[in-house]
Design a protein around this ligand. Structure first.
Ligand SMILES: Nc1ncnc2c1ncn2[C@@H]1O[C@H](COP(=O)(O)OP(=O)(O)OP(=O)(O)O)[C@@H](O)[C@H]1O
Ligand SMILES: [Mg+2]
Length: 433
């Protein structure tokens, strides 16, 4: 059930609904950005399309991934030609407003590819081909994922940073920034104050001590998800939970051809499952006719293991077959500043993994009443600790696998620069909202 909009959410709705400005709706975790976006989707009079950078983020807001919406190739797009069917052109021509959720994970290249796709389909050389663009997200949360060495070299040569706000299109288009300030996910002003300090890298010893003393309790053994920074911690937790389930363990081996760059696989090489295991999907459903039966990030429970794996998702059991991933490789030539792309390997496996624990990365946008935060040896990307802690609704739902340390709190310099240029200094003193 959707909550009624607050006054500040309503004001932003009106700005989008009755204007044509490109708008960036930002604000701390839990200020209701996604909630406002959903309200917009249901209540707008405009022809509005919603997309998001990942399958999970798209599911959260009933949208499509950016790549599937625009039929874009994976990886850096640069100035490569973009293929568009007549059907896609038609679709892109009907849009008044394009909404992007979790825009913090969209990189500058993808932002520019959206611009170029819309100009091309609509045959108009104005930013986004005349479409109003509305972006939702919090750049103090997760950053765009840096790609291969070649991709990073491309970004370094081409853009001031990887962030969407450094895309070329913003030299021609103005982006209006509006900030929601009232936090709805948490209600305790003390916890909100502490989360905001984490967001801005302004954690005092007093705040750290308080978080650490609350988080130090042993966690209940059931019903608490672990949010871990590292994939290997996620694997370890899931394996130990699996071992404790009764019944026979069954194993699916991946078929691999070509070079995946060491063990850089898209799914488990050896997938161990039992009936009763909690699993997460790793790919969007591609076989279902019409509605997708699951998306990347959907959680379910294994009910039967035969030649295929049967998984119950929200009350319905689906038969899941193996799928094939293709690995593409870019080569970047610094002399010509061009990229080329080939398929270099294939990997076939069930698109499933165990899900008693998930990475912090996959928890973005989610709300949990309690969680164990496991930062491993150290948090390793800006915003990571903030995303993890801010998923939890109340301080007494926080469990820490080890005390927080100053090195766990990192703020991205490009984000600070962008927010300062936008006239938005950190708001640590004013958090009793
Ligand atoms: N106006 C409101 N009244 C009551 N509850 C609200 C309101 N807006 C949002 N919420 C609730 O607050 C929680 C967080 O909202 P939401 O997920 O939309 O925030 P967000 O800004 O998108 O957070 P994140 O940055 O973590 O993605 C949800 O449980 C949501 O139902
Ligand atoms: Mg959100």
């Amino acid at each position: 059930m959707a909550p009624a909009l607050s006054r500040e959410q309503q004001a932003v709705f009106d700005l989008i609904e009755h204007g044509r400005d490109h708008v960036f709706v930002t604000g701390r975790a839990g200020t209701g950005k996604s909630t406002l976006l959903n309200h917009l989707a249901w209540n707008t009079e405009k022809q509005l399309v919603i997309c998001a950078p990942t399958g999970v983020a798209a599911l959260n807001v009933g949208g499509q991934t950016i790549h599937s919406l625009f039929r874009l190739p994976i990886g850096v797009i640069a100035d490569h030609p973009i293929d568009q069917s007549d059907e896609l052109k038609k679709l892109l021509n009907t849009i008044d407003t394009l909404v992007v959720d979790e825009v913090s994970m969209v990189n500058a290249d993808l932002m520019d590819a959206i611009d170029r796709s819309l100009r091309q389909a609509r045959k108009r050389q104005t930013p986004f081909g005349g479409v109003q663009v509305v972006l939702f997200g919090d750049p103090y949360q997760l950053a765009p994922v840096p790609g291969s060495t070649e991709e990073r070299a491309y970004f370094a040569d081409t853009y001031r940073s990887m962030w969407f706000f450094d895309a070329r299109v913003w030299r021609e288009a103005e982006l209006k920034i509006v900030e929601l300030v009232e936090v709805h996910r948490q209600h305790e002003s003390e916890f909100k104050y502490m989360l905001n300090a984490v967001r801005h890298g302004m954690v005092t010893k007093q705040i750290a001590d308080r978080l650490n003393s609350v988080g130090a309790r042993p966690a209940p053994s059931d019903g608490v998800i672990t949010l871990a920074s590292r994939n290997d911690a996620v694997t370890r937790i899931n394996q130990s939970r699996l071992v404790r389930l009764p019944g026979r363990m069954q194993t699916a081996k991946a078929e691999i051809s070509g070079d995946f760059g060491g063990r850089n696989y898209p799914a488990e090489e050896t997938l161990d499952l039992k009936v009763g295991a909690q699993v997460m999907f790793l790919r969007n459903d591609t076989q279902g006719q019409g509605e997708m039966r699951w998306v990347n990030g959907s959680i379910g429970t294994v009910t039967r293991i035969a030649s295929n794996v049967h998984v119950e998702v929200e009350g319905t059991v689906h038969e899941v077959e193996p799928v094939t991933w293709e690995r593409h490789k870019y080569s970047y030539d610094p002399a010509t500043k061009k990229l080329s792309k080939d398929v270099v390997a294939e990997f076939t496996q069930f698109p499933l993994r165990l899900a008693w624990a998930v990475t912090i990365h996959k928890s973005q946008g989610k709300t949990y009443d309690q969680a164990i935060v496991d930062l491993g040896a150290r948090a390793f990307s800006p915003g990571q600790t903030y995303v993890a802690l801010s998923r939890i609704t109340a301080l007494d739902g926080l469990y820490l696998s080890r005390p927080l340390r100053p090195s766990d709190i990192m703020v991205d310099r490009d984000v600070e620069r962008f927010m300062a240029d936008a006239g938005r200094a950190p708001r640590v003193a004013q958090t009793a909202t």
